[in-house]
Ligand binder design. Structure first.
Ligand code: C2O
Ligand code: CU
Ligand code: CU
Length: 462
């Protein structure tokens, strides 16, 4: 069993945090959790699927009083869920109806760089682009968000983010909760400040070390609740915040099971009592509610702040349904001691953030790699152990494996496919990376203001 106390980076059980603003829990009323729509395809054949996504500005009712000016995909805030399958040919029409450039980045997809939607692929106002790719990876919960140079933090904060669900034969066969909005919930967690007119006002509150807020939103809902039966429920947790780290636990301090990491299912469910997610990171968890009775409630917490209230409103399952014992078949050679192929440093804070001492330059290729060749990368966060920041490392175009953290085998819940990981201050992490597609891919800190400030580099894969 994985207990967070055994993680060397978490010392006496106190996980480090970059968080600067406290979450206020002052809401009197609870609101039913909003569920992003499952996007209807424009067209679907036995091999291909077609979707259209449009960025737009609008207004959203989050709380009493004035509406908030926001951005969204096919709506006023956040976006729909794109459902795609392994092996499927996907065709996305992307349209920008904002008054500024944007781009459509598919975070976690193993696709060629010309459709990856990074800063090289801006779409002008009223512009459109089509994206075609084949899904070459297993079932997972991924997400999409804008990535225009220097504007990512603002556009995500204003509301641009959506989810991608990949399914495959394994996910079809596994006996897991999969009834959307009934026992399988998308949980996009964000934090926002509302000014006296209920506006986000990103320009004014922008923080060079990551813009945070004092109000939690789940799928754009303040103080959300869900109503469920006393069965296993599945929460697909997505840290969609610009900069806040979350430490999830249940209000009764009971265990839950992590079943998937960023890029797919873990080999087996991992029992956890605390789960940290840094910006950009995802995890799917299952909570066994079979011991609960009609009328009981349980809260998903971030430290002392309530994230989601889970209300049991129907009893069906006095004995409980166990999770499958085996979910996936990922083998990793944690003992691989080969000399690293690449060494990389993350350093600085605020405007001084850099990778390998350099700030992002669109005209500079920082690294090179060969398609289909496995490499070991050794990544060090040079920030001082006691006072520095956690930098969330993210790499485009691949799912990678963590080999070790400061020489220790990673915790069980990180022994699966990852595209985003915490780099703790002073820590060195080794990962195993293999690109399957050619082109220029970004790697960066997923604190979006660090990314916008230049904590990003480019690798060319040939
Ligand atoms: Cu989720 Cu380059 O980003
Ligand atoms: Cu990405
Ligand atoms: Cu950073």
């Amino acid at each position: 069993m994985f207990n967070t106390d055994t993680n060397p980076m978490m010392g006496n059980g106190q996980m480090r945090s970059n968080n600067t603003a406290d979450i206020i829990n002052d809401s009197q009323t609870q609101n039913k959790l909003k569920l992003p729509p499952l996007l209807e395809s424009d067209q679907e054949t036995s091999t291909d699927i077609f979707y259209t996504l449009t960025t737009q500005s609008g207004t959203t009712a989050f709380k009493d009083g004035p509406l908030t000016e926001t951005y969204g995909y096919n709506g006023s805030y956040l976006g729909p869920i794109l459902r795609i399958r392994k092996g499927q040919n996907v065709h996305l029409t992307t349209i920008n109806k904002l008054n500024e450039n944007t781009s459509f980045h598919w975070h976690g997809l193993k696709i060629p760089s010309n459709v990856d939607g990074g800063p090289h692929s801006p779409i002008q106002p009223d512009g459109t682009a089509t994206v075609d790719f084949t899904v070459m990876q297993e079932a997972a919960t991924l997400w999409f968000h804008p990535h225009p140079e220097g504007l990512t933090g603002e556009q995500v904060y204003n509301g641009l983010a959506g989810l991608i669900y990949i399914e495959d034969e394994n996910s079809d066969a596994l006996d897991l909760p999969k009834d959307y909005g009934v026992n399988d919930f998308p949980i996009i967690i964000q934090d926002r400040f509302f000014d006296e007119n209920n506006q986000f006002n990103y320009e004014d509150i922008r923080n060079i070390n990551g813009t945070q807020g004092d109000t939690l939103l789940v799928n754009g809902t303040i103080s959300p609740y869900i109503e469920v039966k006393n069965e296993q429920i599945r929460l697909r947790l997505v840290n969609g915040s610009n900069a806040r780290n979350y430490q999830f636990k249940l209000s009764n301090e009971e265990f839950f099971s992590q079943i998937a990491s960023d890029g797919g299912f873990l080999n087996e469910p991992i029992q956890m009592d605390t789960l940290q997610l840094v910006p950009g990171e995802r995890a799917e968890i299952a909570i066994d509610l079979s011991d609960y009775k009609n009328g009981d409630t349980l809260q998903l917490m971030d430290g002392n702040a309530e994230v989601l209230s889970i209300k049991i409103v129907e009893e069906i399952d006095p004995d409980g349904i166990p999770l499958p014992k085996t979910l996936n078949d990922i083998s990793t050679n944690f003992d691989n001691v080969s000399v690293p192929d690449k060494e990389m440093t993350f350093s600085g804070m605020g405007n001084m953030v850099a990778i390998d001492g350099k700030q992002f330059d669109m005209n500079r290729i920082n690294l090179r790699a060969k398609k289909g060749i496995t490499e070991i990368w050794e990544i060090t966060n040079l920030n001082a152990m006691m006072s520095g920041m956690i930098h969330p490392f993210h790499l485009h175009g691949v799912q990678f494996k963590v080999l070790d953290r400061n020489g220790e085998i990673p915790p069980l819940n990180e022994q699966g496919w990852k595209d985003t990981i915490a780099l703790y201050p002073g820590e060195t992490v080794r990962i195993e990376v293999e690109f399957s597609k050619e082109g220029i891919f970004m790697y960066h800190c997923h604190i979006l203001e660090h990314e916008d400030n230049g904590m990003m580099g480019q690798i060319i894969v040939e």
